[in-house]
Design a protein around this ligand. Structure first.
Ligand SMILES: Cc1cc2nc3c(=O)[nH]c(=O)nc-3n(C[C@H](O)[C@H](O)[C@H](O)COP(=O)(O)O)c2cc1C
Length: 213
């Protein structure tokens, strides 16, 4: 049985959301094909308890300097640790979001800031090279975008502009997760007359990806 951790970021309701529809097609196909797996879902737009704020930076700096935390910092660190432990314990990660200004929503960035923690998810070698701690795990990124970035719908490849997908792939690589792919619903805003067909194609891709995930 695998533990699947879903990090979902969308500030609006699920109504009429292509991101949500893409996710539903993925997760319904996944649960059909992996009925015994545990799915943990976090909508980090609804609840993201630990932004990278003053106290978080103080905890970071004191930990790097091997200094004691004050009681507030210790409480913050202990509570945040549960989220880090949950991330470490998962076998598979599903990141779900709409593209905002070529990137992921800020709450998803805050979630990643929370789990990118030495020594739990990665460390540094003597030479200063990051060494990932999360081996034998896999991840998928489900993303809805107004324009075309990944060569869909006859558009040229503009994947270098999809900074969110690159970023998630890079931070996962730093943490040791290299089995990473994306499923994209893209171009519906650019070509609304074909939005239905574009979405149906993305849903089919999500269902196929779910069976192999
Ligand atoms: C604030 C904002 C910024 C956006 N930035 C981009 C962008 O940079 N590139 C893009 O292709 N679409 C962009 N979009 C469009 C959304 O990514 C697209 O409409 C997506 O399908 C929305 O998903 P939803 O239907 O789940 O809300 C943006 C939308 C909003 C609201």
């Amino acid at each position: 049985m695998s533990k699947v951790l879903v990090i979902y970021a969308h500030p609006e309701t699920e109504k009429d959301s292509s991101t949500y529809a893409l996710y539903r097609h993925f997760i319904d196909a996944y649960t059909d094909s992996h009925p015994d797996d545990e799915i943990i879902e976090h909508n980090v737009s609804d609840y993201m308890p630990f932004p990278l704020n003053k106290i978080a930076v103080s905890v970071y700096n004191k930990t790097m300097a091997h200094k004691d935390l004050n009681p507030d910092e210790q409480r913050f660190s202990d509570a945040r640790q549960k989220w880090i432990d949950e991330f470490v314990a998962a076998d598979k990660y599903v990141f779900v979001n709409p593209m905002y200004n070529l990137f992921i929503p800020s709450e998803m960035k805050s979630y990643i800031d929370m789990v990118m923690q030495v020594p739990y998810t990665f460390s540094y070698s003597k030479e200063g090279v990051p060494v990932g701690k999360l081996s034998n795990k896999k991840a998928i990124h489900l993303q809805s975008t107004g324009g075309n970035y990944h060569g869909s719908n006859g558009a040229p490849d503009m994947s270098s502009l999809d900074l969110g997908h690159q970023y998630i792939g890079t931070v996962l690589h730093i943490m040791g997760v290299d089995d990473f792919k994306g499923v994209f619903a893209e171009g519906m805003d650019h070509d609304p007359t074909h939005a239905r067909e574009i979405l149906q194609h993305a849903f089919d891709n999500a269902e196929t990806a779910a069976k192999d995930f």
